[in-house]
Write a protein that binds this ligand. Structure first.
Ligand code: NAD
Length: 442
């Protein structure tokens, strides 16, 4: 019976495949019920993947010698599942979103929220120019105020020195564009901090910024008479923001009461830091999963997002939720997105390259905007689940599979044991072992 249904689904999808290449829709009802090989065929068609790319994706391959060139003391690889979030429509275009994550429910939650958002046209995004900050710290400055004024007066010379370091970036329309200088008071006395603002185009930018910051340091010492200490990118990328918004129709969410419940959940996060950090973690579930799939620096994103959430001195939600005049739910998110589609390992990691091809993003700004949309989707899905049936029901179904595997189940048995535990509402390793024993005997 199981095989027949599976076969039937495959037949339906084979005919749908032909249409897909023309329509390029990310709305794929039943995608989650397909075996991974069939999902891969759909993704291949959607993103025009080659046979070789499909193989790399399937095997999750990162050659050991390549890994050995990435970090130090390499002894192995840590593979993670890559799931595809469906239903995303962003600025009128459909995206299949690859998400690399170990946590169950995140991919399903993003897909569900994206489906709800489609009713009102999906997500709408925008972003600022990709400007990052390099910090240069000066100590032993005799007259910090005068030093700041002198630095500002020498701006053109300093920017020229910075831009000499990266003609490629400058040719692409990027490079150092501005600077800021200010005095800070510290426990070791006053210091001068210079911010070099650099348009890093499609790179994450940390290396570019660090190189430029180091290069202008001697010049800053000469101008101020002080001593340079740190020269490093700031992960609080306040000039590199992505914004996403979406309207979720009350009917799609489950009615007016669900809208009210979500607004209560949001008000809780606004007023309570213990809730707020988990609210923001829910947003980062989506952001980081896309960042990992595209081999971006997840630590930089996390650090930047949480610092940005506390920008005005109080830790706040990265998203805002309100009711429209029609009684629907409006969600908006804004966060710093220091991500790249070139540089680092983004363009050399074989899986990241394929994930980016699936996403079809052409620039770092577009990638950042997609991340913001996915973060908003995950935020909505988490609040909706929490404010209604609770998160465990959906979560536990997937978690049950992990428990089944922990108990030693393999292959088909994983799903059979998991389904039994969910039906019994006893999702525990001891019960999984018992069921396994029963199945083996029977
Ligand atoms: P990178 O230096 O590898 O690549 C950027 C370079 O690529 C640019 O300097 C430019 O010359 C070239 N380039 C070619 N085409 C480009 C385009 N379209 N747009 C922009 N540049 C283009 O990488 P990066 O992005 O400067 O640095 C990212 C790496 O730095 C990440 O691996 C990150 O983990 C790491 N890092 C992070 C921190 C931090 O976040 N605090 C600190 C140090 C290093």
């Amino acid at each position: 019976m199981y095989v027949t249904i599976q076969h039937f689904r495959v037949l339906i999808y084979k005919s749908a495949l032909k249409q897909l290449s023309l329509m390029k829709t990310s709305e794929l009802p039943g995608f989650y019920k397909l075996p991974p090989e069939e999902r891969l065929k759909i993704v291949k068609e959607f993103a025009d993947l080659t046979e070789e790319e499909v193989e790399i994706l399937k095997e999750g391959l990162l050659p050991l010698d390549q890994a050995n060139r990435m970090i130090e003391n390499v002894v192995g690889i840590m593979p993670l599942p890559i799931g595809i979030a469906t239903n995303f429509r962003i600025n009128g275009r459909d995206y299949l979103v690859p998400m690399a994550i170990e946590e169950p429910s995140v991919v399903a939650a993003a897909s569900n929220a994206a489906k709800m958002a489609r009713v009102k046209g999906g997500f709408f995004t925008e972003s600022t120019q990709p400007v990052m900050i390099g910090q240069i710290q000066l100590v032993n400055v005799n007259d910090p105020k005068k030093a700041c004024a002198d630095i500002r007066a020498a701006k053109e010379e300093i920017l020229k020195k910075a831009n000499e370091q990266d003609p490629v970036l400058v040719k692409l329309g990027g490079g150092a564009v501005d600077l800021e200088a200010r005095e800070i008071q510290t426990e070791r006395g006053p210091m001068v901090v210079v911010h070099l603002l650099v348009d890093v185009r499609d790179a994450m930018g940390a290396n570019v910024i660090n190189t430029m910051s180091e290069a202008v340091a001697p010049l800053l010492e000469k101008i101020t008479g002080g001593k340079v200490r740190l020269r490093i990118v700031s992960n609080l990328a306040i000039y590199r923001l992505a914004r996403a918004k979406a309207v979720f129709a009350k009917e799609a969410l489950g009615g007016e009461e669900v809208v009210e419940a979500i607004l209560d959940a949001y008000a809780f996060a606004v007023s309570d830091i213990f809730r707020c950090v988990t609210h923001n973690k829910g947003i980062m579930n989506g952001v980081i999963a896309v960042a990992l799939a595209t081999a971006n620096d997840t630590r930089a994103l996390e650090a930047g997002a949480h610092a940005y959430a506390a920008m005005d001195g109080r830790y706040r939600p990265l998203s805002r939720w309100s009711k429209t005049s029609d009684g629907d739910l409006l969600g908006e998110v804004e966060l710093p997105v220091a991500v790249g589609v070139v540089g680092g390992v983004t363009a050399v990691h074989p899986l990241a390259k394929i994930c980016r091809k699936i996403l079809g993003v052409k620039s770092a700004r577009e990638l950042g905007e997609v991340m913001a949309a996915v973060g908003l989707a995950n935020n909505l899905a988490a609040m909706r689940a929490l404010a209604t049936e609770g998160i465990q029901r959906g979560h536990m179904k997937l978690h049950a599979r992990n428990i089944a595997m922990m108990a030693g189940a393999e292959g088909e048995l994983v799903d059979i044991v998991a389904e039994r535990m969910v039906a019994e509402r006893k999702i525990r390793v001891d019960r999984a072992k018992e069921i396994l024993e029963e199945l083996k005997k029977g």
